[in-house]
Design a protein around this ligand. Sequence first.
Ligand code: VGL
Ligand code: ZN
Length: 208
Amino acid sequence: MRALLLIDIQNDFLPDGALAVPEGDQIIPVVNKLQEEFNLVVATQDWHPPQHKSFASNHAGKNVFETIDLHGLEQVLWPDHCIQETEGANFTKDLKANKIEAIFRKGTNPEIDSYSGFYDNGHLKSTGLADYLRGKQVTQLYLVGLAGDYCVYFSAKDAIQEGFEVFLIEDAIRSLSADDFKKVKEDITSMGGKVIQSGSILKTKNTN
Ligand code: VGL
Ligand code: ZN
């Protein structure tokens, strides 16, 4: 069984959002088309309380994109983003959502960031996503979404460690840094994951 995992396709990560990923909007039509090819679609949602410690605004004198030590982990300080129950945290209206069977929220603990959809950055607490997928007999996991160099990357690494066969669908992913995503692809490939294009999935059924 294969599943499509939509990572953080939220307003704040799209152009004009608080933490905009360049060209993030370009993945939406691709993701919508891809969803038709999967019997199971699951999504993650970055879901921070306003006092989240990953926000530069919660550290006096610190600027966005500076790094600090947060309880022993290196932490990039982000602009306020994906605050619970705000429009920025919503999935974009252009994203088809009718096939999304479950949504796994992350980043809710103000003391630790959570890039991966599976675990927080300290690997202390599970979201339950891996067990959910195993419960659905999923063995192959296809990842799309934002941002390729953060939440997609960390989700892919955890997915591989959890024993899933992992595919990054490159043209349905955009990154904060396109350069960093090159390293992500190398790393994921070295761990046994695969980098593919949406065409290799869409062509199996569609003629366009
Ligand atoms: C993300 C930075 C902070 C992401 C989330 O979804 O890639 N990046 N929070
Ligand atoms: Zn975040």
